[in-house]
Design a protein around this ligand. Structure first.
Ligand SMILES: [Cu+2]
Length: 327
């Protein structure tokens, strides 16, 4: 275990201990590992997939990204598994990063059992054929490939996701971040993080059901629930950019303990005048970019829609992460 992880777990344990002693009567048992598997069909789970042998290459002035799918279970918290249809076997899928004005090809090989597509949310340089919406274009069926081809005319924090039966396919983890750097960008930050928010109905996920009003009981940042979320770390004085993307059903109202985050972009667009918030809401599908200057100490940033900081009824968990500033 790295020092960073050790510290995060230590702080998490301290926070949990402090809180659980005062409020343990409502704690529920976490589902046992494998419980989700019994109720959730993953037709191709464990089968080898014919994946691409590369993720990225630049060729003849075009930036090529290669995506495929794996049907599998992942742990969103130790012992808590969910079924996912994972781009390149990852939750979230790998980040697509390029520059405004780039010619981009995204080669999608459907190595899974269901029809899928890719929608590049927020990118305005697409014609209908490359918008990834089945009703207006087509699906990429199992065993087939398609190359999405576009010029990146817009920039900012965006995401890609499947657009087939989105209420289920996105719920199955079919998403990843897409960061398009503006032309001639002057970076006024030292490091950056991208955090994708999501909610999960562990034990009640059925990708073939049309019921969407599920009882969401786990909440994740980049596919992990607290205390296993990635902390933001930096030296005192360092400027850190955090890009939030909400791929869940619920809004997340992030409370930035110890900080007033400077909101610089909404949905990838620069706001006319950046402004401070200590709670900022990221609604489903929205993106919010925040700048902070690291200060000394450890601060838990968490969703202030407080049922989203539970792990199946256990406090403190869910959409929480630590911001750790060191001298
Ligand atoms: Cu899909």
């Amino acid at each position: 275990m790295t020092l960073r992880k050790t510290m995060a777990v230590f702080v998490a344990a301290a926070l949990l201990g402090a809180v659980v002693t005062g409020c343990s009567k409502d704690a529920k048992t976490t589902p046992a590992a494998g419980e989700a598997q019994k109720t959730n069909p993953i037709p191709f789970a464990g089968k080898p997939v014919n994946k691409w042998d590369k993720f990225y290459e630049e060729k003849d002035g075009v930036k090529h990204f290669y995506l495929w799918l794996e049907e599998k279970e992942v742990e969103i918290l130790t012992g808590v598994k969910v079924p996912v249809w994972a781009f390149n076997g990852q939750l979230p899928g790998p980040e697509l990063r390029f520059k405004e004005g780039d010619h981009v090809n995204v080669h999608f090989r459907n190595t899974a059992s269901q029809p899928h597509s890719i929608h590049f949310h927020g990118q305005l340089g697409l014609d209908t054929q490359n918008d990834g919406v089945p009703a207006t274009s087509f699906t990429v069926n199992p065993g087939k490939e398609y190359t999405y081809d576009f010029i990146a005319t817009s920039s900012g924090t965006m995401m890609y996701h499947c657009h087939v039966a989105t209420y289920n396919h996105v719920d199955m983890g079919m998403y990843g971040s897409m960061i398009i750097e503006p032309k001639n960008e002057v970076k006024n930050w030292d490091k950056e993080y991208t955090f994708i928010l999501d909610d999960w109905a562990v034990g009640n996920m059925d990708p073939f059901a049309t019921v969407t009003k599920r009882d969401y009981n786990y909440f994740t940042v980049n596919g992990k629930a607290f205390p296993e979320t990635t902390p933001v770390e930096g030296k005192v004085g360092e400027v850190v950019k955090i890009r939030f993307i909400n791929m869940g059903y619920r809004s997340f109202s992030i409370h930035s303990h110890g900080y007033g985050g400077l909101i610089t972009h909404l949905d990838g667009y620069p706001v006319p005048q950046p402004y401070q918030r200590d709670v900022f809401t990221v609604a489903p599908g929205e993106r919010t970019d925040v700048l902070i200057t690291m200060r000394e100490g450890i601060y838990p940033w968490h969703d202030h829609q407080l049922e989203n900081v539970l792990n199946n009824g256990e406090y403190l968990g869910g959409a929480t992460f630590l911001v750790i500033g060191k001298k």
